[in-house]
Design a binder for this molecule. Structure first.
Ligand code: MG
Ligand code: ZN
Length: 216
């Protein structure tokens, strides 16, 4: 009798395929001299407004492409498009994160030699986008003072897999009696060396420092 059991590690296979696609994207961005940035964060944390503020300041110096991930709308892409930036919308329908192959498909008809900066706004979700490399040069996570004090402690893996944290909406900290130092302390507990930027997309505070931190 011949009985075989195959144990397929779906997770390993899935993530492996994604890593291959991400490596290809990384080569493509590098060949075109593009700085590509994956921006992760919950719904309402201010990812789109942050990208808008960055585009306002950067679009004169760099040709920018924004890739927006969203379940069903192109609200974010349309907002950013108003700042003189080209946009590609990916509607993921049911998927709660972008993956590297979606980026490949999104870039299929794009002439990348036109751009120097690519901002990717990931689907609003602080959990699984961190597990999927897109081939970007940096993965940054945006948290804001409106999300309550436990965002970092509840999402340590996302912090571990990020290259930078932006604490957004600091203009509201006093009104909400929010302790930004305590939040930063939580980040330091996960990664003592991770760059942290305190920003208000609304007032512009901290944006210049962030731009320098992004190497732009
Ligand atoms: Mg958004
Ligand atoms: Zn997901």
């Amino acid at each position: 009798m011949n009985e075989r059991t195959l144990r397929i590690d779906i997770k390993k296979d899935l993530f492996g395929a994604n890593e291959d696609a991400a490596a290809k994207n990384a080569v493509m961005f590098k060949e075109h001299g593009i700085t590509a940035i994956d921006i992760m964060g919950s719904v309402g944390t201010g990812k789109t407004q942050l990208i808008e503020s960055l585009c306002e300041r950067l679009s004169k110096s760099y040709p920018i492409l924004m890739i927006a991930g969203d379940l069903d709308t192109r609200i974010d892409a349309d907002r950013v498009g108003k700042h003189g930036v080209d946009t590609v919308q990916i509607n993921t329908e049911t998927a709660c994160h972008l993956d590297a192959r979606m980026i490949q498909v999104a870039l299929n008809d794009v002439n990348l030699s036109k751009y120097k900066v690519v901002f990717v706004e990931n689907v609003g979700n602080l959990i699984c986008p961190a597990g999927y490399s897109l081939g970007t040069s940096k993965k940054i996570v945006v948290v804001s003072v409106t999300e309550g004090p436990y965002m970092i402690r509840k999402h340590p893996l996302t912090i571990k897999r990020s290259d930078m944290v932006v604490i957004n909406k600091i203009d509201l900290a006093a009104i909400l009696d929010f302790d930004i130092d305590a939040l930063e302390h939580d980040i330091r507990e996960v990664d003592a060396l991770l760059p942290v930027f305190r920003v208000s997309s609304k007032t512009g505070e901290g944006l210049e420092e962030l731009i320098r931190g992004l190497g732009l």
